[in-house]
Design a protein around this ligand. Structure first.
Ligand code: NAD
Ligand code: ZN
Length: 338
């Protein structure tokens, strides 16, 4: 970063926002290197995990940045996973009506998905990502080497979002995942680079067509209607990527029952999910009416039916209205068609 930054961002104060885990792993050394390169650098961290994605944490960061004298030409660096990227990006979007920021993603979710596309924001008591903005970073610096310190479960969370991108948009990426499924259990940097590059290219293309998420981009919400309800109704005990994997399993079952996806394609999907060791079963839901309520409060939901992005095959998806009765039926029998 110290080598690349001067070309874009010479002579500015830099505020590195990270989380408590990434601070120790990479934040301290990055701050050291940037300071040595002559920048004025502040290092701020938030507690690691989804529970930091709140308006309160945003406000705390804003207070610190203003006290430290942030200016319109300062630069924010979001160093961390999707949570840091979403929070720091939202802080960058709102402070002083917007300062430049760059993403330095350190999880597979962040490198392959969340650092691309400019969606930033935080959760609200009423649901996930309800407070936010579209605010693209000036640049994204991705180094697959940092994935080596990522726990396996976090790596699988990233695979879930990549599978989502493939299932919604790109049959060739899906086939690549099938061919490389065993290598992906312990991938080397070259395989990681290919994986991330392919996912980013697919996502960037659809974001360029529909940055504001009013058309083509919406298919990337595949798996997310169920995922957001699961995260909300379990108070974020289930990580986002795992919730997306379960969401894909449930929503593809709904697709089959609505007659929009062939059973054999779902069988192929479920086989890949199992081989990638992704979770596919709904956890027991103590109060299914609360879960359904969370479903229809999802910001993508309208009216009585629940609006889902459903897979229509490998590499194809579209929005559909699903009757609540069918959802309860599928949730009651989550193991069918595996
Ligand atoms: N903006 C978008 O377009 C978009 C897209 C997908 C997901 N998201 C959001 O991203 C979030 C999930 O992202 P996430 O899974 O990266 O969560 P996260 O940021 O909480 O990171 C997961 C865990 O990994 C740790 N970590 C990060 N980098 C590490 C490294 N290199 N080595 C070891 N540990 C490391 C973190 O400290 C954290 O504990 C969710 O809030 C989701 O809504 C946003
Ligand atoms: Zn997601």
């Amino acid at each position: 970063l110290p080598r690349y930054l001067p070309a874009y961002f010479g002579g500015r104060d830099i505020f590195v926002i990270t989380d408590s885990t990434v601070r120790t792993l990479y934040g301290v050394s990055l701050t050291h290197d940037l300071t040595k390169a002559g920048y004025g650098v502040w290092l701020l961290d938030i507690p690691a995990g989804e529970r930091s994605k709140t308006p309160a944490v945003v406000q705390t960061l804003q207070n610190i940045l203003l006290s430290a004298g942030i200016r319109r030409n300062s630069l924010i660096i979001a160093l961390g996973g999707g949570v840091v990227g979403d929070v720091a990006g939202f802080v960058a979007a709102t402070i002083l009506r917007g300062v430049d920021y760059i993403q330095v993603p350190t999880t597979l979710i962040a490198q392959a998905d969340s650092s691309i596309g400019g969606k930033v924001g935080v959760n609200h008591a009423r649901g996930k990502n309800l407070i936010g903005a579209f605010y693209p970073p000036r640049a994204v610096f991705t180094d697959p080497e940092v994935i080596k310190t990522l726990p396996r479960s976090e790596f699988r969370n990233g695979l879930a979002e990549i599978l989502k991108i493939a299932l919604a948009l790109d049959p060739r990426l899906f086939s690549w995942l099938e061919r490389n499924r065993l290598k992906l259990r312990v991938p080397n940097v070259r395989q990681l680079t290919t994986l991330i590059r392919r996912a980013v290219n697919v996502k960037a293309k659809v974001v360029q067509q529909d940055e504001r998420d009013v058309g083509a981009r919406q298919v990337l919400n595949l798996g997310h209607t169920v995922a957001h309800a699961l995260e909300k109704s379990t108070d974020h005990k289930i990580p986002h990527g795992a919730a997306v994997a379960i969401g894909i399993a449930v929503e593809s079952e709904i697709s089959v029952r609505m007659g929009v996806m062939w059973t054999r394609e779902r069988v192929r999907l479920m086989r890949l999910m199992r081989e990638l060791r992704l979770p596919v079963n709904m956890p027991p839901i103590s109060n299914s009416s609360a879960f359904l309520r969370a479903l229809s409060l999802d910001k993508k939901g309208i009216g009585r039916n629940v609006r889902f992005v459903l897979p229509r095959g490998i590499g194809r998806a579209s929005t559909c209205e699903v009757p609540p009765r069918l959802i309860t039926e599928v949730l009651g029998q989550p193991k069918a068609h595996k």
